[in-house]
Write a protein that binds this ligand. Sequence first.
Ligand code: C2E
Ligand code: MG
Ligand code: MG
Length: 747
Amino acid sequence: MNQERFFTFYKFAIIAIGCLCLGYAIASLPDDAISVGFAIYLVLSFSFAPFMNIKLPRGNLALGFSDSLIFLCFLLYGGKAAIIVAAVEMLANCISLKRNGMQFRKWLVHFNVALNSISTLITFGGLLLFLEFSQLDLNSADTSNLLPVLGVLAILQFLSSSAIHSPASPNFRKKPLWKIWQEDFFSGSLAHIAGAGIAFVAYKILNYGSSLTISIALILIGIAYINYRRTIADINESIEQAEKAERDKTEIEKQKADEAKRHASELEGLLEKEEEISQDLRLSKEELEYSAYHDSLTDLPNRAYLMERLKFLVEMGSTLSEDYYIVFLDLSRFKNINDIMGHSVGDDVLKIVALRLRRALRDEDTISRLGGDEFAIILTNLSSMEKAQKVVNKIYDTLTKPFMVQGNKIFSDLHIGIAPLDFEHIKPEDVLRDADIAMQHAKDKNLGLAIFNKEIRASHLERIRLEADLRHAVERSEFEMHYQPLISLKDGNVLGFEALLRWNHSELGLISPAQFIPISEETGSIIPITNWILRETCLQLVEWNETLPDEKDFCVSVNISGRHLAEDKLVRDVKRALRLSGLTPKLLKLEITESTAMDNAEKTIEVLHELKSLGVQISIDDFGTGYSSLSYLHRLPFDTLKIDRSFVMNADQEGSEDIKILETIISLTKNLDKKVIAEGIETEEQLSILMDLDCDYGQGYLFSKPVSKQEVAELIRDIRPWLSRIDPSDFRTPVSEIELDRTLQPF
Ligand code: C2E
Ligand code: MG
Ligand code: MG
């Protein structure tokens, strides 16, 4: 039987036996007990029993003096009456406890009442045996009899009630019965002994005291009882307060502990978050660092990275055991790829270049993209310039191999400069600058590779000087225009001139345009210079047309730089020159090289249309060198096409293919209904070839070199000195007709 079932059984068994006991007691109550006195006693017992419990300080122990009512009843009315009193007294106690708020189950009232009845019956039985054996009288007031009787009553009542109570303990079967009895009930024996004592005193007073004595005794007992209760209540209260303070303290401690725990867990959360954040920060820092030092397109290290590395090497200086070489690499015509094929093809070209460089070089070499189409490489641990040159030649070969990008076959060309890292270098920029100078040199000289040396540096310094001096050349009146006549191949007449700039440097003397024009284009000074040229030549032409009345309608060709064309101010500048000079717009021709025109064909077409709307003429210069797209050529609003000197130069050579090219260009131009001019005619044979090919105009040393403005007047007055050297019959149109035919037709 498990504990619960046993307890249920036990509980009902006790209640049942208790009822029997009580029933037996009531039924067999002796006649002398059935009295008014006993009735009053019962009422008093019911009324006072609840007040006869004193809860001792600390613990659950309460001294129940109500047992004294049972013991006194034993003495006054006998055992059966005591059983009834026991039941009543217990009932009163339970009711009182319930009223005072104690929570207990309903059956517990019955159980306690039954238990008290049973234990009192057992006590009664035990007492009868004791009296039997001891020959003592229960009703004897003799103290010597009374004490042992009450003692036996107290012991029996205690033993019987505790014995019946033990199996109802929650510890029953968990602990030995003896242990349960000792822990839970032994202290209760005190209540029985005290109860016996009170019953003794009460019995003595009832039997021997006068009403006065009884009253005094009752008053004294009452006072003592009240004082005692108050003292106990005070003690209980202060204990209660102390316990409350302790409980509060514990509660505070607990709250503190909970708070600390909460803080700890919050802190832990915060630390975890912080850890996550710092992890993220670390990652983004690494990413930032990486992107700060890398080029996003090619994933190569960038300029900043290269500079850091160069800085380190420069600082190491003489301690470096091996030689280092800096390579500067620039892709030619990359801008064309971007403009013509689009930026996506341009990007792919750069990626392929980066890939090829990676493959061609060792891991320890630093390859970086400086920006645009410029790359720089640090060649590490090479023992000589020859070895560095070998590596660079390998790079050149790799990169000049054609490659396919988005269905386009790309032929890339490049210029490379190499500079050794030496002790003279103080800053990393110095090393890179040397390699850049060498690359610029390679570009200027149209070489694949140039090695930095003192001469290159000197020419670079000279270039820098020219750059600076160019800015002041106009105000120092160092510029002068030279004019080269343009000849009609139909009649040998001068139709006009090409204005060619000459720079007479105050210290360096005459400087060739081939030398300073590219510099002025790069620095942008070509724009103010061209504006000066436009003004100068237009005014000059107006003057000639006025002062040389017979030769009125000369035209002038002015070369326009690509840089100026790209700026939106060209149309405005030309307009201003025409307005200032008063020159008829038709007499001004603007020469734009084929490569410039094709650099940004759409923009060129747009600007040329605007220029044409001013009434000026357009000539495409150096034709045949600029990779024209025929579709664009068709859309360009030009008047004349000027065949590059390189095709004319070799045309008179034995078995030259250039005649075919000349023929093709001339017929192409005619098909487009434009005029064609050949430049660089130096020999009579070249002239005759061009005349046979029906070329419209010619320009070259054969007719005249470019001459100063003073010489032009002589040239004109002298009337075509070249005619004396050329058989006029060779010209298709008779000279006499030419004189008549001179008009303002485009040339
Ligand atoms: P370009 O516009 O093609 O000019 C023709 C060049 O060929 C001139 O060189 C001229 O002197 C040269 N030339 C003409 N006939 C012959 C010949 O029979 N044999 C040889 N060997 N050369 C001949 P120049 O004056 O040295 O000019 C060179 C280039 O510099 C020009 O080529 C032009 O591109 C540029 N340039 C000259 N003056 C100016 C200018 O005022 N403005 C701009 N933007 N460029 C100019
Ligand atoms: Mg020209
Ligand atoms: Mg030319």
